[in-house]
Structure formats: structure tokens, C-alpha cells
Write a protein of this length. Structure first.
Length: 336
């Protein structure tokens, strides 16, 4: 059945520019949180780096701060690989294997897999992301990786490359992901070599982006799968809808419910310090700030996006009563 879509618009260009600058100034000096030191290469990043970019569905980009600094996409890649898998295999095939429900447990939880008898539950935790990566079409793991890199590059509007230092650092310390993948294989959720799946997943997480790339990638999901800068169609509108629904449920890990309650935008975080938040039909906000909270979400990024959600009118749950000229009681009676 066809689904109608109703969306609003962002404020005027100058207003967005001003509010993005205000968000940056408001939170630039926040120093709480800690970096992901369990990945040695990420522990070396300057904790004071901070950048914000807002991309609208017309291709306009507002940016401020350390916008020229590249960082690895990490878990934010999960959203776009999930979109790729759904686009190629169909939503039902991926949902049956991966699921769409929040686990309520940390993103690298082994207990969550055991409690659900091997079901990953959603594509935004590591178990679900590994399963999703294993489903990407390709005769070889090399072909799978090439398709992933090409698709994420199409979302960004430019060719993305791997940070080899971060890839090697993660490959040497990803014992937990290897264990998760092998556990998933034992439950029949992964049908191919689980260690090769982990390698492809590690490479996808090691792709280099900047905050503008993330904002454009998010705006592509906001614009029904069309990259607003290049005009290229990357995935279908239905895939965008399903991906954003999965993000709303689990994109901020076990804090996803609190995030929706306070901020009200589907979003995905990564342990390098990036966050991308998407409002359908309007655009996306991306931030980069390495210090994280205990769930693995950037502290400054969450604060900045929360501020912009309120001031730009991005909360997908927010509404205001229409001015009808009739008393409230009369309106209620008329509705009855």
C-alpha cells in the first residue's frame, strides 16, 4: 500500500547558519566523557576536536569547527550497510535474520545473543551488524567489501578510503567481535566464514569520513535515498524509511529511548566520536567530538544535536495546536 509522506522545511539559510554556530559555541568547552581507549588508534585522537555540519535535502551544507578533520566512521557504517542489505535483499529477508528491536544491553553484549537464543535483535548492535555484513551480496569477501565501500561512497558523494592504521589497530584488538561472530555462526545466523565477516566489518568501520560526509550521508536518507549533492539515487525511499525506523529504535544503543524522548530524531553514533541525526524530508545534522559517555555516544555531539533539534524544529514527534478560532471545547465536540 502506498504511504503518503508529509514533511516540513528547515528555517531560512541565515537562521540555520546562526543556530549551528550557537550550538558550537554553546558546547565547545564541554570536557566530560572519555575516548574509546580500547582501540589504541582512537585513544590518540585530540579530545578537543569538535565539528558540526547540517545538510539539507536541497544540497546546502552549514558547517563549523574541525570540519577538515577526517575520522573513521565506525558504527555509523551499520546504518548504511543495513540500507544496502535491505535494498539488495528486501526488508523481510534482512528483518528475519537480523531483527529490529532494541536489546537494552551494550552494543557488544554477548549476553544479549544468548538471551535471545542466537537472534541479534537489531542491526545497530555488533551482533546484528556482523550478521548484516555477512548478508551483503558478493561471490567473495572481496566483492562484498567492494560493494560496501562503493555504496557508502555513494551516500557520501565522494570516494571513501580506509584508514589503514585504525584498521590494523582494530584488527589486533577485535577478539570480542570474533567471538560474537563465531557464536552467531553456531546459531546459524552467519552462514559464511565468521572471521572473514569480522574482517570486512572492521574495514567498513575504518572508512574515513569528515563531518560534512556524515551530514550528506544522513541527508541522503532524509531525501528518500537521493544524494542531495550529487543527485544520484543510492537506495529506495522504502529502504530509507526502514533504516530510519531501525535507527530510532536502536541507533543510540541502550540510550535510544532516552534519546528519542529528549531529542526526537533517528540517529546513529560511532565510538570515534561521530553522530549523524536525520529528520525525514528536511536534512541531517552530523557532529564529531571524540569523548564518549558510558554507552559509547559522543557527549558534545549529543548536546549540540539536542540544541539544534529544539531550535530548528527537527523533533519528529513535536507538534503544535492549530489556530482555528474556536474554543478548545468546541473543537473537541466537533471531533466527536
Amino acid at each position: 500500500m502506498r504511504q503518503n509522506v508529509y514533511t516540513g522545511v528547515l528555517p531560512d539559510w541565515d537562521d540555520v547558519e546562526r543556530l549551528v554556530a550557537q550550538a558550537f559555541d554553546r558546547y565547545r568547552d564541554r570536557d566530560d566523557g572519555a575516548q574509546a581507549d580500547y582501540i589504541p588508534a582512537l585513544a590518540e585522537v585530540d579530545p578537543n576536536l569538535f565539528a558540526i555540519a547540517a545538510a539539507d535535502v536541497n544540497g546546502g551544507v552549514h558547517k563549523i569547527g574541525s570540519v577538515d578533520v577526517s575520522f573513521t566512521i565506525q558504527s555509523i557504517s551499520k546504518a548504511f550497510v543495513y540500507a544496502l542489505a535491505c535494498d539488495r535483499l528486501g526488508r523481510d529477508a534482512v528483518r528475519d535474520r537480523v531483527g529490529v528491536d532494541n536489546t537494552g544491553l551494550p552494543f557488544d553484549s554477548v549476553m544479549a545473543i544468548e538471551l535471545q537464543k542466537g537472534h541479534p535483535r537489531n542491526p545497530m548492535v555488533n551482533a546484528g551488524a556482523l550478521t548484516t555484513t555477512s548478508l551483503v551480496p558478493g561471490e567473495t569477501f572481496g566483492e562484498q567489501w567492494q560493494l560496501i565501500r562503493e555504496t557508502l561512497s555513494a551516500f557520501a558523494g565522494r570516494e571513501l578510503q580506509v584508514d589503514e592504521q585504525v584498521y590494523r589497530s582494530e584488527a589486533l584488538t577485535n577478539q570480542r567481535n570474533r567471538a560474537i561472530a563465531q557464536l552467531l555462526e553456531s546459531y546459524g545466523r552467519i552462514d559464511v566464514d565468521p572471521l572473514e565477516v569480522v574482517d570486512v566489518y572492521t574495514r567498513q568501520c575504518s572508512l574515513l569520513v569528515d563531518v560534512t560526509d556524515l551530514a550528506v550521508m544522513g541527508a541522503t536518507l532524509a531525501d528518500g535515498g537521493v544524494n542531495p549533492v550529487t543527485g544520484a539515487t543510492v537506495v529506495s525511499p522504502d529502504v530509507c524509511r526502514d533504516t530510519l525506523a531501525a535507527l530510532a529504535a536502536s541507533g543510540m544503543y541502550e540510550r535510544s529511548g532516552e534519546w528519542l524522548f529528549e531529542v526526537g530524531i533517528p540517529a546513529k553514533s560511532g565510538v570515534s566520536g561521530g553522530i549523524v541525526a536525520i529528520t525525514p524530508g528536511k536534512g541531517a545534522i552530523a557532529t564529531f567530538a571524540p569523548p564518549l559517555d558510558e554507552a559509547g555516544n559522543s557527549v558534545r555531539g549529543q548536546l549540540a544535536i539536542g540544541y539544534l533539534s529544539r531550535t530548528l524544529g527537527l523533533n519528529v514527534f513535536a507538534s503544535a495546536a492549530r489556530a482555528t478560532g474556536r474554543p478548545l471545547r468546541e473543537r473537541v465536540v466537533a471531533a466527536e
